[in-house]
Design a protein around this ligand. Structure first.
Ligand SMILES: Cc1ncc(COP(=O)(O)O)c(C=O)c1O
Length: 340
């Protein structure tokens, strides 16, 4: 290796790796996977991804285990979610098997960038699907490009697994009631930038969005799902405008295995005062416990951690899921794929 990577200095940022994997959809079909060492893509200036947001992406991680093996977590779920996003904004669906093969190749070819076991760092995998056909009218493209690149990222919690504050601001929505909130498409993230920026300026890690129709129910928390713990129950929102998180889906299973009741239902804002623990969950951090939720419109605060420590259930769930991802615990549901 020319330049040794300082694994402990890694942030959640982009670092050039050796290869990416690409595939094109033309004349009604997907071609063969191609390996590229270029970081640049060459597309028409009138491509639909640039003008009309025909773009979907995914995010997943590969981990190096104590046994030296490389594990990727639930990539079939990411593949299926990207297909759902493609249907949602009328793009060509990328086949699940090809998606898995592309991820496999991208990870394997960049093996030297996978952080060592115990560093807390991981290899972030970013699949991308974009409309590349040159159009001016608002119509779906007839040409698409699929691409997977990877980049090593540092541990989300540099100073340990710690609760963080979030806020409610009713003047912003990230998605419309019947819109694209349940798809992983770029437009939702563009729509969340200003609210996220304002929240960061005020010292919060994220905005806890309310349902965009009535603003009565909890939706999701920045780029992560929300869950709460009360009386041995794992409670997470059912909503059409949130992204179905693969981490959340996994945690509901693990919570049930631990003997918790699981409820997926609309959660009223008025329930916030009744929860023992609240948290965000997603690929980036697995779980970010919430220290407090400040409702900036109603001038109310709901405090879940006074001592800077995560709640016991969040901690147990975090440890269990992370152990499965890294190979420290058995994988009873076949969530992990070993890259050989
Ligand atoms: C809006 C949004 N919600 C939730 C999540 C969490 O999903 P996952 O657990 O699949 O990473 C993400 C991240 O992918 C996201 O961007």
């Amino acid at each position: 290796m020319e330049n040794a990577i300082n694994w402990s200095e890694l942030s959640f940022g982009y670092m050039k790796t050796d290869y990416n994997v690409r595939c094109w959809y033309r004349d009604g079909q997907w071609g063969e996977l191609e390996v590229s060492s270029s970081e640049v893509i060459n597309i028409h200036m009138s491509a639909t991804c640039l003008h009309y947001g025909q773009e979907s992406f995914e995010g997943l991680k590969a981990f190096r285990g104590k046994d030296g093996k490389i594990r990727v977590f639930r990539m079939d779920e990411n593949a299926k979610r990207m297909q759902s996003s493609a249907r949602g904004i009328m793009m060509a669906e990328f086949p699940v098997e090809k998606f898995e093969e592309a991820v496999y190749k991208a990870v394997k070819l960049n093996e030297r960038f996978i952080p060592p076991y115990g560093s807390g760092a991981s290899l972030y995998i970013r699949p991308l699907l974009i409309g590349t056909g040159a159009l001016i009218g608002v119509k779906p493209s007839d040409e698409y490009m699929f691409l997977v690149f990877v980049t090593p990222v540092g541990p989300y919690f540099k100073t340990g697994f710690k609760p963080a504050p979030v806020c409610i601001m009713r003047s912003f929505d990230r998605a419309a009631p019947q819109g694209t909130g349940c798809y992983k498409v770029g437009g939702n993230y563009a729509a969340s930038l200003l609210a996220g920026h304002k929240a960061h300026e005020k010292g919060y890690v994220a905005v806890l969005y309310l349902d965009p129709k009535e603003k009565l129910y909890l939706d999701e928390c920045g780029p992560a799902n929300f869950f709460a713990i009360r009386e041995n129950t794992y409670i997470t929102p059912a909503s059409n405008s949130i992204l179905p998180s693969i981490t959340n889906k996994s945690l509901t299973q693990l919570a049930a295995d631990m003997g918790l009741k699981v409820e997926r239902r609309p959660i009223s804002v008025s329930e916030l005062s009744t929860f023992e623990e609240t948290a965000e969950c997603g690929t980036a951090a697995v779980i970010t416990p919430i220290s407090q939720i400040d409702d900036l419109d109603e001038n109310r605060s709901y405090v879940y951690s006074k001592d800077g420590k995560p709640g016991p259930t969040c901690e147990k769930l975090y440890n269990k899921l992370f152990a499965i991802q890294t190979g420290d615990a058995p994988d009873p549901y076949g969530w992990v794929r070993i890259i050989e």
